[in-house]
Structures are given as C-alpha cells and as structure tokens.
Design a protein around this ligand. Structure first.
Ligand code: LLP
Length: 401
C-alpha cells in the first residue's frame, strides 16, 4: 500500500508518483516472453522521459526508442548504451540526423525515401556508415483512438511494403548506408493480438525476401502498442503476443526489438491531486482539484478514462461528479460522471495508471508550474524532479524585457 498522504505532505501536490518495482516487474515479464530468441527492449522515451526512469531502464538492461535528438541525448545522459538506442520519427531535421550519426547509436529508423537520401548525404559528408531500418506501414486497422492509430495508409507513418523494398535495395548498394533493421509500429493501447499477428506476417515475409536478396537484416523491430487496463479492457496475453510474432518469423534468425512505452510505465504511475472546493449548480456537481489538464491531458485530449480514488473517505453521501481543474477551459477535467463521496477541502484524490504520457505531455498552460515527480523503490521514496518555480517558468523570457 502506498502512503499517498505522506507523499503529499512531504512533496506537495499535484504530484506524479512512479513505482519503479512495477517497471522492473513489467520489464522482466516482457523480456521473458521473448526468451526463446535474442531480444532487446527499447523503452519508448516519449511515454515517460524522466532521467531516473531511463536510468532504471538502463539498469534492467534495456535500451531506448527515441523520436527526437533531445530524447536521444536524454537516453545517453541517463546511461543507456549507445548501441541500444533507436531513433525513429517522420520528421528528423538535418542537424538531428548529423548528431545521431556522430553519437553512433544502433540505428536510424527511416520513414520516407527522401529522408533516406538526406541520411545518405549527411553520412557521406561525415564519412560514416549510417545503420538504418525502414518503418513499414502494413495498412492494418487497429481498434484504438484514431489519434493513436498509426498503421493505416491514411496515417503519416512509415512507407508501403514496395517502397520499403526499393529503399533496402538502394541502401544495400550505398557506400554510406547499412540496412540492419526492419520496423513496424501500428498504434498504441492495442488490446488484441490479431493486428500484431497480421503485421508480423507482412513484415516477416518482407524480411525473407530481403534475406533472399542478400540484405542482412539483424533486427526485427515490432514497435510498441501493448495496451493496459484503464477501465475494464481485456488486455492481451504477453505469451500470445510473443508467439504471434515468433510464429510468423519461423526459423529466421533475428534479434527481436520491441518498443513498449505504456506497458512498462503506465500502471506504475499515479497522479496525486488535492481537493480545493466542491460546487453544485443544481444540474451538476463539480469537485475542483489542484491538478489540471496541463498536468494530465489524456482525459481532455482523447476522452481517456483514468480510475480515480478519493482517499480516506467515509464512503458516505455518494453522488455523481466531474473532477475538474483550475484551468480556464471547459475541457479541463480529469474525470467525468464518477460516483464520489462528499469531499472536503484538502482531501486527496489519486488518478491511476498515469505513468505513461502523463508528465511528458504536460505544459505550463495558464502559467502553472510543472509538478514534481517521485520514485518509489522498495520501502523508499525519492524526488526525481523538483516542482518548477515561478522563476523557472519565466527564466527564458525575463531578460528580454
Ligand atoms: N514506438 C513508436 C514508433 C511509437 O510511435 C510509439 C508511440 C511507441 C513505440 C510506444 O507506444 P506504446 O507502447 O506506449 O503504446 N499520447 C498517446 C499515445 C501516443 C503514442 C505515440 N507513439 C496517449 O496518451 O495515449
């Protein structure tokens, strides 16, 4: 049992709290499900980029999947080995490509023919060989929120199978490119195995045809996307997930790479917020808390459901309420229509499953300071990011007055 009241006293609210033991447990379960093969787990940094989280991933032997040079630098700074870092993304700038090549990371994951030409030109200027993989869009419909579905031709990600093949052949004959990986990522918060199986079949067939052309692909990168239970979703079994990929590969000898974000850190995280006021306008009951959409935007942006719990409540006088923040927008809510006991000033509410895409998507909207982050390990708690001050917020502007 986590003592949230103590944490709130010690670190203040709003607050993100991450249980690192849960990350360890999840990491080991995933690693285990691929134990029949060589595998590399590259944590999707975008889900939670706190340096201490990344350092923890490094201590477990994990790598990182990054989508900006900033994330690459974070991963390196936290101690992730350079040969375990992948750099993906549809829009890499020249300077980002150059820096990634200089840092000699495992591979750049390419998303267009034009991008490959840029990478080749920059590698040739630097006189280095760029290790690359191509992100293939297998055109598979995943039933998830449209904003986080990525494997359909109407999405901006990756290239079609034929284009990928053309890119690999071109890369094979380039002095400055070395194709080493093949990649797909079909979406996020996926709760069924079938789309992974379908993508596995498409990609492993491409892999076999590349091997036949003497293109030596060593890494089979199956992206991220494994969903978690926010409300009452049936989540997928890791065994079936791994088997669906392994079966499509048959006997082909490759290292499986996967890029989990939410699966590793989603359920380890709690967003702790304090009740300020209650109000009831006769039509609706609102519980106004000190946390807001700038801290956790998922409910506002994706209508995402997060379980909430009012701590130490008597469970009396329960009625339906919206939990809303102090921001000047009607879209500023953390939960809607929840059965909640009557609250009082300073009561604590914990918003669950908030470890992924919580803090990383937070902002200073309404000149609100980004909150502190705390890690729990065993019996201990420790600060891993201090709360921003007003001085922090204005630091980059104040000298221009
Ligand atoms: N690999 C690539 C190339 C990705 O684009 C993503 C996520 C991942 C891995 C990790 O996916 P995961 O295992 O976490 O599903 N902000 C949204 C999620 C956006 C996901 C973007 N890409 C949310 O809060 O639900």
């Amino acid at each position: 049992m986590i003592n949230f009241a103590n944490l709130a006293d010690k670190y203040g609210t709003p607050l993100y709290v991450y249980n690192f033991d849960t990350i360890t447990e999840r990491f080991n379960l995933l690693k285990d499900s691929f134990k029949a093969r060589k595998s590399l787990i590259c944590f999707a940094v975008k889900a939670n980029s706190n340096l201490s989280v990344l350092k923890h991933i490094a201590s477990l032997g994990g790598g990182c999947d990054c989508v900006s040079i900033g994330e690459v630098k974070r991963a390196l700074h936290a101690g992730i080995a350079k040969y375990k870092i992948i750099y993906s993304g549809v829009g890499k700038r020249d300077d980002e490509i150059e820096e990634a090549l200089k840092k000699d990371i495992l591979m750049l994951n390419l998303e267009s023919e034009e991008e490959m030409a840029r990478v080749e030109a920059i590698a040739s200027k630097l006189r280095v060989v760029a290790r690359i993989s191509v992100r293939v869009n297998p055109n598979i419909d995943v039933k998830t929120h449209p904003y986080i579905s990525t494997g359909l031709h109407e999405n901006k990600f990756g290239v079609e199978v034929d284009v990928a093949k053309r890119m690999y052949i071109k890369a094979k004959y380039s002095e400055f490119l070395e194709p080493v990986g093949i990649h797909f990522h079909i979406g996020s918060q996926i709760v069924e195995v079938e789309p992974f199986r379908e993508a596995g079949v498409v990609l492993s067939s491409l892999l076999r045809s590349l091997r036949a052309l003497d293109i030596d692909i060593k890494f089979f990168d199956i992206g991220g996307g494994v969903g978690i239970r926010y409300e009452n979703e049936e989540t997928i079994s890791l065994y079936e997930y791994a088997q669906s990929i392994l079966a499509s590969l048959g006997g082909v000898d490759v290292t499986i790479v996967c890029e989990p974000g939410r699966y590793l850190v989603g359920e380890c995280g709690y967003f702790l917020t304090k009740v300020l006021y209650e109000k009831n306008n006769g039509v609706k009951r609102f519980v106004v808390v000190d946390g807001a959409m700038n801290d956790l935007i998922r409910p506002s942006l994706y209508s995402a459901y997060h379980e909430v719990e009012l701590l130490n409540s008597s469970n009396e006088d329960v009625s339906e309420a919206d939990i809303v923040g102090p921001i000047c927008e009607s879209g500023d809510f953390l939960a809607k229509k929840r059965a909640l006991p009557k609250t009082k000033h300073n009561d604590l509410i914990v918003v669950k499953n908030a470890g992924a895409y919580g803090f990383t998507m937070s902002s200073n909207y309404n000149t609100r300071a980004r909150v502190a982050e705390v890690a729990l390990e065993g019996e201990n708690d420790r600060l891993i990011r201090r709360r921003e001050s007003f001085e922090d917020i204005i630091a980059l502007e104040k000298d221009f007055l």
